[in-house]
Design a binder for this molecule. Structure first.
Ligand code: ASP
Length: 318
């Protein structure tokens, strides 16, 4: 059995390419890296890689991570600037004995020495979003941080090797140097080939408080189905946060076990995800949490068309 699951609709082109590789018996690490790079390279996705939205100083700082579920090798970069594919740098770092998580300038020095491709990741479109947001913050008192979607994936290959990976520009208008959950093991991602893996998206500051990806894997290790495990972690932690802090940030999880069974849960409206397995063509679903149970519905063609139209619509400066 092979399979791959990812947060958000934006991952579907990537997982489609990865599924072709997995079908041919290729390695889970190669497939997940390919899938994430696809998302990083597409300029109209404004929360990952090229075209990602900048921080409050109009600088794009990116976070990414890679984990191998056979060996527990893991590598991550945080707040890295001007490199085309942060995921590849994270994967390369996973092969090191020490220095597996590098931030900012240190990560850039490593990437440069290793010959990774440099690129100015700030697009003209992202600049317009930035300028418009500044105006909105001033005129409409809009929350500066709304607008963020991390791509997070779990992948199983035909040999039973599992990997997990993330890539993100983090929160729009974040402080320089701010790091979310995405490059943090156990929070944004976790995988164990003997069990399964999970990945998260949402408000990093809250996701980190619950080590949510690790929690899902832990529950799957106790025998829980990925769907049940995701629901339990989101529902319980959402309540816990509300009890202690009066509110809970956005929280969505995807997971797959080593049999290729998958699960998804969320505490928001309109969470989308993409999945492909040996038994299922690449499919985009929308999910809804109804009294603690998450219902998944295949996204309609109309929804899919509209998604692309809004992403690529002409953007005017306010
Ligand atoms: N979790 C990411 C972060 O806090 C953002 C997201 O997934 O939407 O950086």
């Amino acid at each position: 059995m092979w399979g791959i699951i990812a947060t958000w609709r934006m991952a579907v082109e990537g997982i489609t390419k990865a599924s072709e590789m997995l079908k041919n018996g290729e390695d889970s690490g190669d497939a997940i890296e390919k899938a994430i790079k696809e998302v990083e390279d597409f300029p109209y996705y404004k929360s990952v890689g090229f075209g990602g939205l900048p921080n409050e100083e109009m600088i794009v700082e990116l976070d990414a991570a890679y984990m191998d579920g056979d060996t527990f090798d893991l590598g991550a970069v945080a707040a890295i600037k001007d490199f085309k594919n942060p995921i590849s740098i994270a994967r390369r770092l996973s092969k090191e004995k020490v220095n597996n998580l590098l931030v900012g300038e240190g990560a850039e020095k490593f990437a440069s020495k290793e010959g990774f491709e440099r690129k100015n990741m700030l697009t003209d479109r992202a600049k317009i979003h930035y300028k418009n947001r500044l105006k909105e913050i001033k005129d409409l008192e809009i929350k500066p941080y709304s607008g963020h979607d991390t791509v997070g994936m779990v992948c199983l290959d035909a040999n039973g090797k599992m990997t997990s990976a993330t890539s993100t520009s983090g929160l729009f208008m974040k402080k320089s140097g701010r790091v979310g959950d995405s490059p943090i093991s156990g929070s944004g991602f976790y995988v164990d080939s003997e069990v399964g893996g999970a990945s998260a998206t949402g408000l990093g500051e809250d996701l980190m408080k619950g080590c949510v990806s690790y929690e899902v894997v832990r529950l799957m290790k106790e025998g829980m189905h990925p769907q049940k495990a995701c629901e339990k972690v989101v529902n319980d932690f959402d309540l816990e946060l509300k009890k202690r802090r009066k509110k809970a940030g956005d929280m969505s999880l995807v997971a797959m076990n080593n049999k290729g069974e998958w699960g998804v849960s969320t505490n928001i409206e309109g969470f989308s995800f993409a999945v492909a397995t040996e038994n299922e063509e690449p499919t985009v679903y929308l999910t809804k949490n109804i009294n603690g149970k998450c219902m998944h519905e295949v996204a309609s063609n109309e929804w899919l068309d509209n998604y692309m139209k809004t992403r690529m619509a002409k953007l005017v400066e306010l």
